[in-house]
Write a protein that binds this ligand. Sequence first.
Ligand SMILES: O=C(O)CCC(=O)C(=O)O
Ligand SMILES: [Fe+2]
Length: 652
Amino acid sequence: EYFSSTDSVQVLAVAEKDLLQWYQDFIAAQRADFSLYRNFIKQIKEEHEVATEDPESFFGNPINAFKLIKRTVVDWARITGYIQNHPRLQALNANLSELSEDVSFPGTDELRGAAKGLGRLQTMYNLSSIDLADGVINDINYGSELSIRECFEIGCNLFEAKEFPLALSWLQLVLKFMSFQGASNDTSTNDLESGELLEEDKILQGNGIDEGEVVAKQLDHEGDDENEYNYANEDQDEDGYYDEELDVDHYYDEEDLIYEKRYGVFAPLVLYDIDEFESNLAIQEELDDTFESSGLANNADMDFDSAVTDDENSGINFAENSSSNNLTRENDPAVQKILLETLEYLALASYELGQQEAVSAYIDEILKLSPEHFFKDLEIYMKHKKALNLKYSDNLSDLQRNHWYSNYTRLCQGKRVPQRELRKLKCTLDTQNQPLFVLAPLRKEILHTDPEIVMYHGLLTDTHIDDILDEAENGMQRSRVGGLTASLVRDVRVSQQAWLPYNSTTMKYIYRTVSAISGLDLTNAETMQVANYGIGGQYDPHYDYFVREDPNSQWIGNRIATHLFFTSDVEQGGYTVFPYLNVYAKPVKGSMIMWYNLHRSLDRDLRTLHAGCPVIKGTKRICNVWVHSGYQEFRRPCDVVRDNYKSSHFGA
Ligand SMILES: O=C(O)CCC(=O)C(=O)O
Ligand SMILES: [Fe+2]
């Protein structure tokens, strides 16, 4: 579960650094080998060219005859042995499997989850796809743009998640970025130029600039000037590297092919698309078979010296080729493939939304690109099938259908409906008649009066919070919702959580503080829940009390009160909101919100519906102390009259 927690994303980033280093070293070493093989083979090939002119005379020369025999006995055997033993690849594989034991790499679900997280943010905060693609979140430019490929991935994943309008907006962006003037009717502009097309592909296509540099540097260290020369120049020759006729060249092509694949080098770890993975695997296997070689360390022993010396064919045409790296190439199969897939998704998403004309327009474009595309038949089907004509409301989620939904989103955006009552709200310093607070009075902010929702500021210091995080670190798991038996991982709550008992010094401090503030008996409190929310992390509107109480619960009675600590600030988003009460609270590190979930009569207070809004930027950390109603008879006695009438007309 990576998308739901910033902490785990950071773990992944650390793991990726390892991957980066390993592959970089691996590639550098492979390339160094390649140049040795190539030079060796080139030299032999030249000999054969001479030999074919007059074989009899050539091999009639005892020196030539000796060289041939020496090569077959010594050199070819060495190369073969070198290639067949494979410590480098074995070492890489060992590293990889060790890493995947430590870190569970994300899969397709996680990618989908992350895309949905972004989509949730867009819906909640009216963030346009084009702004996000430009790295702009709520008018703040964070300078991290999305590439076309990333926009494409978001679009596809949102489509698969049935978020059709959002999927459309992303895929239309892809079309626009590709400067495709087809069926897209969106006319807004974007900073991205088509020249920036498929930025990853540029890298993945193995133009090799970086790797070449790396190797050149490495060889520089080793003082191997010849090799460095070959290396630095190798990048310059984009297609084929060397004489086309040389068989060895196809190794390079294959190597490049691997990079060209979307997740080429990561294929064994990131299973994105099974077909793609399989074809990568096939290429990888072929490559492995070919280069079952021993490590670079053995190079010194090999007798390739003569072959390494000259290489007059390398290093030409640098300037020419660098301009052909521009990926706007219309006929580039990678570009065509994305374009086609984008159009396919656009046609399907439009179809789902009943946008019949758009469907036809997209299919026309598809057939222009690929006349035999199977959408040919689908077009007839789609044209003849009655337009779905879904209304806007047909696409609303259950959540969006709630009558409080607009309050919810408004509050999440930090906006309240103006109300007379708001004027009664105030901030006070309060000792609560507790000796604990005489010297350091509580800084109370009343957010709502009936039911009372109070925010207490500055309760936890950074040290307390660090202690809590340390204690919770090992127990974090994706949050589950649901009472009784069903405890499900659902999108309703996207966060990670752990539970802490009141044992340590800091936890005892929390226990004392909460009992002093609320006056409740904490012997009937749940252990403290620690949670953190990452990208799009949130908690849909809900009640903290249990609708059906668990007869086997270890706690007596329902959750009478919630104490919600904020243990981080949040850069953007992540407010706690009460849709019925027109209340929002912006998280402030070290503060706590407290409210009662039950009326004094212990009936459920339906007004306490609340939510954790999606985090837009940053990490949100909270802790919950839920106290149950048992033992509180003297702490919070009942009124004479039942007071549940106050909320009986609320509720979904
Ligand atoms: O994250 C929030 O602001 C609310 C959390 C919450 O309501 C809960 O954990 O029950
Ligand atoms: Fe809650």
